[in-house]
Design a protein around this ligand. Structure first.
Ligand SMILES: [Zn+2]
Length: 251
C-alpha cells in the first residue's frame, strides 16, 4: 500500500516585528513552538507570552495552590531560554475554561496591551491528526477565543471599558493567527539552528514532566519526532508547523 505523503509546508512570513503567543497552559508552547520562538527572538523580533491559566491542575501529586507558583516559575525560565522576557498569567481556571465572552474579553485586553502583528496559539482543532489523539478542552476554548478576541481588540465599542480601565487603545493590527502543531498546518519554519533551545525550554518544565509519570520521557526525542516529520515537508532537518488564519476582512 502506498500512502499519500503530506503536502509540503510553505515557509512562514517573517516580515513582522511583534508577536504575542497566547496559550492555555504553561508547557503548551514548549511542546512544539518554542524552537521557532528562539529563531525569531534571535532575529531581533519581540515576542511575549500570555498563559490563560497557570496550569495549576496539571500535576496529580501537587495541589493547585502549590502547583501554581511552581509552574509559573518554570514557564518564566522556559521563556527566558528562548529569548522571551515578558510572560503574563491571566489566572483563569485550569481545566475548566469555557469559550465565551469572558474569555474573549480577557484575551482582547492582552492583545490591546501588546499590539502584536502576529498572534500564535496552540492547535485548537478537535484532534492532533491521524493517530494523534483527541485535543484537550482548554486548548480548543482558547484557540477559538483567540480568533474572536483578535477581532474584538480592533473594535473600540467591544469591551470598551478596557480603554478606560487599562488606558489601552483598540488594536486592529494583527495580520494573522498561527496555530502551532495543527493537523491542518500548511506552513512551517526551519528550526534546525534553534532546535536545542527548544529542547532546553521544554526540559525547564521539570516538575511538570516529573508529575506526568512518563518514566522515560526525553524532551529531545519527543520534539525530534515531530520536528523531523515537519522538516521533511520543507526539505530541512527540523521544522515547526503552523496553520495560518488570515485576520484581514475578506482576506
Ligand atoms: Zn495544554
Amino acid at each position: 500500500m502506498t500512502q499519500t505523503p503530506p503536502p509540503p509546508l510553505e515557509p512562514l512570513n517573517e516580515d513582522w516585528e511583534r508577536m504575542l503567543c497566547i496559550v492555555a497552559h504553561p508547557d503548551d508552547l514548549e511542546f512544539g513552538a518554542a524552537a521557532a520562538v528562539a529563531r525569531w527572538t534571535g532575529q531581533g523580533k519581540r515576542v511575549a507570552y500570555c498563559m490563560v491559566t497557570s496550569g495549576e491542575a496539571g500535576i496529580d501529586g501537587m495541589s493547585p495552590a502549590e502547583s501554581r507558583g511552581v509552574r509559573e516559575l518554570e514557564q518564566v525560565r522556559s521563556a527566558q531560554i528562548v529569548g522571551v522576557e515578558e510572560v503574563e498569567f491571566l489566572g483563569l481556571p485550569d481545566g475548566t475554561l469555557e469559550y465565551g465572552v469572558d474569555l474573549r474579553r480577557a484575551i482582547a485586553a492582552v492583545v490591546r496591551l501588546h499590539r502584536p502583528e502576529i498572534v500564535v496559539t496552540g492547535n485548537f482543532r478537535d484532534s492532533w491528526g491521524e493517530g494523534g489523539g483527541l485535543n484537550q478542552a482548554d486548548h480548543i476554548a482558547v484557540g477559538r477565543a483567540v480568533l474572536d478576541a483578535v477581532r474584538d481588540a480592533g473594535n473600540r465599542w467591544i469591551f470598551n471599558e478596557q480603554l478606560e480601565t487599562y488606558g489601552v487603545q483598540p488594536w486592529g493590527g494583527v495580520r494573522e493567527v498561527w496555530a502551532s502543531g495543527s493537523p491542518l498546518s500548511r506552513h512551517g519554519v526551519d528550526i534546525t539552528e534553534s532546535f536545542d533551545a527548544g529542547v532546553a525550554s521544554l526540559a525547564a518544565h521539570q516538575a511538570y514532566i516529573d508529575g506526568l509519570g512518563w518514566a522515560d520521557f526525553d524532551p529531545a526525542e519527543f520534539l525530534e519526532g515531530m520536528s523531523r516529520a515537519s522538516g521533511q515537508r520543507m526539505g530541512v532537518a527540523h521544522a515547526a508547523s503552523f496553520e495560518i488564519f488570515n485576520m484581514g476582512w475578506g482576506g
